[in-house]
Design a protein around this ligand. Structure first.
Ligand code: ZN
Ligand code: ZN
Length: 380
C-alpha cells in the first residue's frame, strides 16, 4: 500500500492509535470470553477446554488462545487493569504480565510501577512473583529427557532435550562460555553468527579433557533472598542468573555446592564500591546482571556483548554502585554517549530513556481516539 506523503510523526501516531485499537478489541474479546466460559458452550463443540475451543473456532495458536482466556479470567477481579486494557493504554502482553503481579489490593500502586517497563522486564517480574514449588521442580526432573536423531544418510543429526531449568542453565552456561571465546571464522575473517558459535561451543565442551574442566569449572550464579535460604521458608525468591526462578528448596540444594556461586541479598545495604574504582568487581557485575538480565534499552534485551554503563560518568563523580550502573549492548551504549540520549529517574521508574530531541522513548501509549471508538463498537 502507498504510504508516501506521511511524515514520520503521522505514521507513529496512526500506528499508536491502531495498536490502542487492537488492545481495545482484545479487551472486548476478553469480556465475551467470560460469557463463553460461564455457559460452557465449548463442550457442545467437542472441545475439552475454552482455549481449545477458541483456538479451533477462530484459528488462533493455542498459546494465543490460552493467553486471552487467562487474561479474561484474571481481569474479573482487577477493575483498574481491566479499564486500562479497555481504553487501549496497555497491550495484551502488558496486561497479561501485570495481571500476574497484582492483587485487587495492590492493583493501583503496582500498575503505576509497571508502566514504562519493557515486556521482558514485566515477564521477569511476573516469574519472580510466581516461583515454582518444590513439587513442580520434582515434576520437571521426573520428566527430563534428551534425544539425538540422525538423518538416514547420517550427514546431520538433531538434538532435543527437556530439562529442569536449573540443569539447563548449567548446560547453557558451559556452552556459552565456550561460544564467547570462539575466534573469528578463518575463511571469512569475521565471527560466525552466535547460534553457530553455540553449536561449536557444544562440540568443544564435549571434546575437552577432564583436566581442563577441573581448572575452570562451569559456574552458575544463584541470586537468593536471605529469606529463601532459611529452612522451610515460604518467602523470598531465588533465581539463576540469566535463567529460571527456582523453588527455595532447590536454591538450598545448589548453595551447598561450593562450585555454585551464591549471591545472597538482605535488602538493607547499598551495593557497590563507591568512588574506589571505576572497574567493576565480579560480584558487582553479577548483581548487575541479575537486576538487568541484558541490555536495558527499550525493546532490546540482548544478552550478548553487553557493557556496564555508568549513568553519571566516573569522570563526573559517578560512583561504581549498582544504582549508577546499567547494562547496555554495544550498539545501544553508543546512543548514551555519541548520540546524546539520556537516562532519567522519574521517581517511579528507574530507567526512563529520553531521546536527544528531548522526547521520552518509548512514548506513552494514547487512549483510543473517541472517533475510532465507533469502529470498535464497545458494549456498554
Ligand atoms: Zn557508558
Ligand atoms: Zn541493546
Amino acid at each position: 500500500m502507498e504510504r508516501e506523503g506521511f511524515s514520520n510523526d503521522q505514521v507513529d501516531q496512526v500506528l499508536g492509535h491502531l495498536f490502542s485499537g487492537l488492545a481495545v478489541f482484545y479487551a472486548e474479546i476478553c469480556e465475551w470470553l467470560i460469557d463463553a466460559d460461564l455457559s460452557q458452550r465449548f463442550l457442545a463443540d467437542g472441545a475439552r477446554t475454552l482455549p481449545e475451543w477458541v483456538s479451533a473456532r477462530f484459528g488462533l495458536r493455542h498459546s494465543t488462545a490460552a493467553q486471552l482466556v487467562r487474561v479474561a479470567r484474571r481481569l474479573q477481579d482487577l477493575p483498574r487493569l481491566r479499564e486500562m486494557f479497555a481504553t487501549g493504554e496497555l497491550s495484551l502482553d502488558q496486561t497479561d504480565a501485570i495481571s500476574k503481579l497484582v492483587s485487587p489490593e495492590t492493583e493501583e500502586a503496582v500498575i503505576e510501577e509497571c508502566l514504562g517497563l519493557s515486556n521482558a522486564a514485566l515477564d521477569r517480574a511476573a516469574r519472580r512473583a510466581n516461583p515454582p514449588s518444590t513439587a513442580e521442580e520434582r515434576e520437571a526432573w521426573r520428566e527430563r529427557w534428551l534425544s539425538i536423531q540422525y538423518t538416514l544418510d547420517g550427514i546431520r543429526a538433531h538434538m532435543n532435550a527437556d530439562l529442569p531449568g536449573v540443569e539447563m542453565s548449567l548446560v547453557e552456561s558451559a556452552i556459552r562460555e565456550r561460544a564467547d571465546r570462539m575466534p573469528p571464522n578463518p575463511d571469512s575473517g569475521i565471527f560466525d553468527p552466535y547460534p553457530q558459535r553455540m553449536a561449536d561451543g557444544l562440540v568443544e565442551l564435549s571434546t575437552t579433557t577432564g583436566d581442563e574442566h577441573a581448572s575452570g569449572p562451569t559456574q552458575i550464579v544463584v541470586h537468593a533472598d536471605l529469606d529463601a535460604l532459611i529452612e522451610s521458608s515460604e518467602t523470598g525468591v531465588a533465581e539463576v542468573q540469566g535463567g529460571p526462578v527456582i523453588a527455595n528448596e532447590t536454591a538450598r540444594r545448589l548453595s551447598c555446592d561450593p562450585l555454585v556461586e551464591c549471591a545472597v541479598y538482605d535488602h538493607t545495604k547499598v551495593l557497590g564500591i563507591g568512588r574506589r574504582s571505576r572497574l567493576i568487581p565480579a560480584w558487582l557485575r553479577h548483581q548487575l546482571w541479575h537486576r538487568d538480565g541484558g541490555c536495558q534499552f527499550p525493546g532490546c534485551g540482548t544478552r550478548n556483548f553487553v557493557q556496564a554503563h555508568h549513568r553519571t560518568h566516573w569522570a563526573d563523580g559517578g560512583p561504581t554502585d549498582l544504582d549508577n550502573l546499567i547494562l547496555l549492548c554495544g550498539y545501544h551504549h553508543r546512543f548514551l554517549h555519541e548520540h546524546g540520549w539520556v537516562i532519567e529517574d522519574d521517581g517511579c521508574r528507574k530507567h526512563v530513556f529520553r531521546r536527544s530531541d528531548g522526547q521520552i522513548y518509548p512514548p506513552i501509549r494514547p487512549r483510543l481516539d473517541p472517533r475510532l471508538r465507533v469502529l470498535v463498537g464497545q458494549r456498554t
